[in-house]
Design a protein around this ligand. Structure first.
Ligand code: PEP
Length: 250
């Protein structure tokens, strides 16, 4: 098994340029005492400044989104090539806010994943069920169809560029967290789903992050589960101390 631990901070639409630089200065003063790879995802206008500010640091920078086309008349959008040109290696795709507010479907996300991989970007692919799905006992079905529709056309080799982020929508920004047992149960299911469509090696090598109200107080317990390989952190990634307490939960 060669999968990595990763803790990634999704800053969403927070922090202007000065705030981005200040938070990065704070982050750089913290010590990573564990073995997790650390990633931050500022908003697109501040990505270049973040890359510059983190030169020489092990903290990596990811984008929160990108367009599926190579270039062209897509006002307001950012391409994979542009992300690569400023030194990025990772992009978050499929966040539930992109799905809900910008109507991103599994089919569109499959195209975005393809474009990202063609450009050599690693993808942190987000997915997860809504509260209604869980209440109706449909959470496994929903998650498995999200994965199949957006990712299962890829070759086993391409999976080395995929990080999965299971984020139950009902736990994002709500203060409500899936219990460590619920997270483990779903992560184990996800791994089995990958085994069924690929093979044991692909499944055991893929890093599966949990996201949804992870905080310093609950990170250790969630990360102690065998199939939870890290976290995608929203609110708690905006404070350097909290974020590094989570990073150091590994
Ligand atoms: C997220 O948006 O990916 C997320 C997990 O947010 P929060 O940690 O604030 O729930």
């Amino acid at each position: 098994m060669s999968r990595k631990h990763i803790v990634a901070g999704n800053w969403k639409m927070n922090n202007n340029l000065a705030e981005t630089q200040a938070l990065i200065t704070d982050l750089k003063s913290k010590e990573n005492t564990g073995d997790a790879e650390v990633i931050i995802a500022p908003t697109s206008i501040n990505l270049h400044a973040a890359v510059e500010a983190l030169k020489g640091s092990t903290i990596q920078v990811a984008a929160q989104n990108m367009h599926q086309a190579e270039s062209g008349a897509y006002t307001g959008e950012v391409s994979a090539g542009m992300l690569k040109s400023i030194g990025l290696e990772t992009v978050i795709l499929g966040h539930s806010e992109r799905r809900a507010y910008f109507h991103e479907s599994d089919e569109l996300l499959a195209q975005k994943v393809n474009t990202a991989l063609q450009h050599g970007l690693r993808v942190i692919f987000c997915f997860g069920e809504e509260l209604e799905d869980r209440k109706n006992g449909k959470h496994f079905e929903v998650v498995s169809s999200q994965l199949k529709n957006a990712l299962f056309h890829l070759s086993a080799t391409q999976w080395s560029q995929i990080v999965l982020a299971y984020e139950p929508v009902w736990a994002i920004g709500t203060g409500e967290t899936a219990s460590p047992e619920q997270a483990q149960e779903m992560h184990a299911f996800i791994r089995t789903t990958v085994v069924d469509s690929y093979d044991e090696t692909t499944a055991s090598n893929v890093t599966i992050l949990y996201g949804g109200s992870v905080k310093p107080a609950n990170a250790k317990e969630i990360f102690s589960k065998p199939d939870v390989d890290g976290g995608l952190i929203g609110g708690a990634s905006l404070k350097a101390t909290d974020f590094f307490e989570i990073v150091n939960a590994f």
